[in-house]
Design a protein around this ligand. Structure first.
Ligand code: ACO
Length: 428
């Protein structure tokens, strides 16, 4: 017999169905509650609200589990590649060798962007933040591919939009950086793999030979895998909500990039480095900064700590911490802020304030240190996150469209003034 939950309100009782997931997650389906009782549910920040049923990513914040399409993040990070994981997320299964080769070659065919995009880029001042440039260029794609505007076109056409954005995002990301430093842009090199091509577009300078370091390229590939999806987080929910109005894939992804930008979400990776640099400059007294983080009158928070859903540990942070050690070791980089980060982590894990609130390092606590060791500038960290999260956004947008989900439109409890007469200017 299917399970139900009872809600008692005033003198009536309402029976609500329980929805069960494949990992035995259970939720109360309140879709009919308002029609039957006049009640809505209130949950600011959607802390306890499921917005959809999804078959893409499973995470268990209490146990520190993260899986894409049933595969553990640990195994994927160790054995897979970013494009393979992208295929898995978007199409639901790991690709065969033939499917992967075809996917890779389709992406390579579309890495180049229309020359007029350069004119848009040139319109930005050189101090423009690369996240703003990236989201603008992604929106601009709608002008170059107007057929992408209709998300209800045949699946072949939608798939072409998917391939195009996967192919062009590294070009946009590298060009956003080139604009920031005032250098000429580099064109894609399709003889290279996804990450190596991106690195070459980022770092190659005119009249200088640039060889991609395989250590850097493979570390970047791993970082992108770790960021590839994270179920209904702030930016992904944004992508789904924007897409639910039947806005195009590019418009939805552009909105996701903007949602990712803030320091409480993807912007945390830059904020962590700025924080660690600040602590170093201030003499490296981690105890002083720990006290600030705990002081309710001080707005300072320990960036890279805490997570809405992970209340035990963030499995991505574990993998990244080890990768940070490996990469810095292989590249021979000795970064004093890695020691400050480890010191802060140690103190926080033993501190009652952090223990009580279940605050642990999140994916961004160590990712910035690796990005820095790879030569990626701080302003670009969140762009790197966007590059990694792209297949997740695409997969979630595609799932939402294929399930024909209704437009996202929450309700509210109104707490403003009741009806009152208009007061003329002379009486105010
Ligand atoms: N430093 C100090 N105290 C913290 C921190 C932190 N980093 N994070 C949470 N707290 C405290 C809060 O002050 C609050 O304390 P209280 O109960 O005494 O009032 C308690 O822990 C719960 O925090 P909330 O803000 O209610 O938790 P929420 O789930 O809303 O926020 C968030 C999660 C935004 C990630 C938060 O932990 C934070 O701001 N962290 C720092 C920014 C960060 O690293 N963001 C990246 C997240 S990962 C990602 O997006 C990829």
């Amino acid at each position: 017999m299917s399970k139900t939950a009872e809600i008692k309100f005033e003198d009536k009782s309402y029976s609500l169905p329980i929805v069960e997931g494949t990992e035995n997650e259970q939720g109360i389906d309140i879709a009919k509650l308002r029609a039957e009782s006049g009640l809505i549910t209130l949950d600011p920040g959607f802390k306890n609200t499921g917005s959809t049923k999804s078959a893409i990513t499973f995470l268990d914040g209490e146990k520190g589990i993260l899986r894409y399409r049933g595969y553990s993040i640990e195994e994927l990070a160790e054995k897979s590649t970013f494009l393979e994981v992208s295929y898995l997320l978007i199409y639901g299964e790991l690709p065969t060798a033939e499917q992967l080769a075809d996917f890779q070659s389709q992406i390579k065919v579309h890495t180049l962007v229309h020359e007029d995009i350069k004119k848009i880029l040139e319109g930005f001042p050189s101090n423009a933040h690369p996240m703003g440039v990236l989201s603008s260029l992604v929106t601009a794609l709608t002008a170059f591919y107007p057929e992408s505007l209709d998300p209800n076109r045949s699946s072949d056409k939608v798939n072409m939009s998917i391939i195009r954005i996967l192919a062009k995002m590294p070009t946009f990301a590298a060009w956003a950086y080139k604009n920031e430093v005032g250098h000429p842009v580099n064109y894609p090199d399709n003889s290279l793999d996804y990450c190596s091509n991106f690195l070459k577009m980022m770092f190659a300078l005119p009249a200088e030979k640039y060889e991609v370091d395989p250590v850097i390229s493979s570390a970047l590939d791993k970082l992108l895998i770790l960021h590839a999806d994270h179920e209904q987080n702030c930016s992904t929910s944004t992508v789904r909500v924007v897409g639910s109005s039947q806005a195009s894939l590019y418009a939805s992804i552009s909105a996701g990039i903007n949602a990712l930008w803030g320091p409480l979400h993807g912007g945390a990776n830059s904020a962590v480095i700025n924080m660690l640099e600040g602590i170093k400059k201030d003499g490296g007294d981690t105890k002083k900064w720990m006290a600030k983080a705990k002081d309710k009158d001080d707005p300072f928070r320990l960036m890279g700590f805490g997570h809405r859903v992970y209340k035990n540990f963030d499995p991505r942070a574990k993998i990244i911490k080890k990768a940070a050690d490996d990469v810095l070791d292989k590249l021979g980089v000795n970064d004093p802020i890695l020691d400050i980060a480890k010191g802060l982590e140690k103190e926080a894990l033993e501190d009652q304030y952090f223990v009580d609130r279940k605050l642990y390092p999140n994916v961004d606590f160590y990712s910035g240190i690796i990005y820095r060791a790879l030569g990626i500038p701080v302003d670009m960290f969140t762009v790197m996150f966007a590059l990694g999260r792209l297949p997740g956004w695409i997969a979630q947008w595609k799932e939402m469209r294929e399930n024909n989900e209704p437009i996202g439109r929450p309700r509210q409890i109104y707490v403003g003034e009741n009806l009152r007469p208009y007061v003329g200017m002379e009486k105010r």
